[in-house]
Design a binder for this molecule. Structure first.
Ligand code: 13P
Length: 244
């Protein structure tokens, strides 16, 4: 399985000019990369960037109509966007997204032929209360409700412990490995062993160039979802290389 290295730019950078510069530098740096690389900029830059696989950071589950401020999966498809990140903890936290809404978005996006980076992860409180497995299992089961075996080919799961995001406190290799195994077992129980083995499970949360390689080599992850470090072209390129 080819590793998937995704850069989630979140609400950055501040201008189209900076976005284009960052994108072009990344493009230059990863020319010979063996991993699959996808860059996920804010919506407004999507149509201005090309030459690399692109992902959106969200979409909406209705096709079109009176939903002020929303962007549909079909609009993304029309722009030749390959991926969409759904269920990110920042959307769950700041925009109150529920498992049910995330599930609707996943199904709508799959229907439009988009590939999904489906984010799950426990908060510090849930982890301290020994509820990690329960939380991950619920997020997976509810998020993937009604997703067919065939559609699972387009699903990538990003394990992003909330306490590790943007804190510099990245999850240890051992703990990541146990979460990746748990996620795979949950997919296997829901679908089957083959689908579980073929579903890419990414790690995200304070990934930097000096810790990135170990998630792929030692923790059994099949890729990375990189936030802050994807805003520095040199660092992101190093991270892509470390996965090889
Ligand atoms: P950081 O890499 O900045 O911790 O962000 C991770 C993340 O949320 C990627 O989606």
């Amino acid at each position: 399985m080819k590793p998937l290295i995704a850069g989630n730019w979140k609400m950055n950078p501040n201008s189209a000019k900076e976005a284009k510069e960052l994108f072009d530098e990344i493009k230059k740096g990863i020319k010979t990369a063996k991993s699959e690389v996808v860059v996920c900029p804010p919506f407004v830059y999507l149509s201005q960037l090309n030459g690399l696989s692109l992902g959106a950071q969200n979409d909406f589950y209705e096709e079109k109509g009176a939903y002020t401020g929303e962007i549909s999966a079909s609009m993304l498809k029309d722009l030749d966007i390959d991926y969409v990140i759904l269920g990110h903890s920042e959307r769950r936290k700041y925009f109150n997204e529920t498992d049910e809404q995330i599930n609707k978005k996943i199904k709508k996006s799959l229907g439009q032929g988009l590939k999904i980076i489906f984010c799950i992860g426990e908060t510090a409180e849930e982890r301290d209360a020994q509820k990690k497995s329960e939380v991950l299992e619920k997020q997976i089961k509810e998020g993937l409700k009604g997703v067919t075996r065939e559609e699972m080919k387009s699903i990538n799961i990003a394990y992003e412990p909330v306490w590790a995001i943007g804190t510099g406190n990245n999850c240890s290799v051992d703990e990541t490995m146990s979460s990746v195994l748990f996620i795979r077992k949950t997919i296997s129980d829901l679908y089957n062993r083959e689908i579980a083995d073929n579903t890419r499970i990414l790690y995200g949360g304070s990934v930097k160039k000096d810790n990135s390689g170990s998630y792929i080599k030692d923790a059994g992850a099949n890729g990375l979802l990189v936030g802050g470090a994807s805003l520095n072209a040199d660092d992101f390129v190093e991270i892509v290389k470390s996965a090889e």
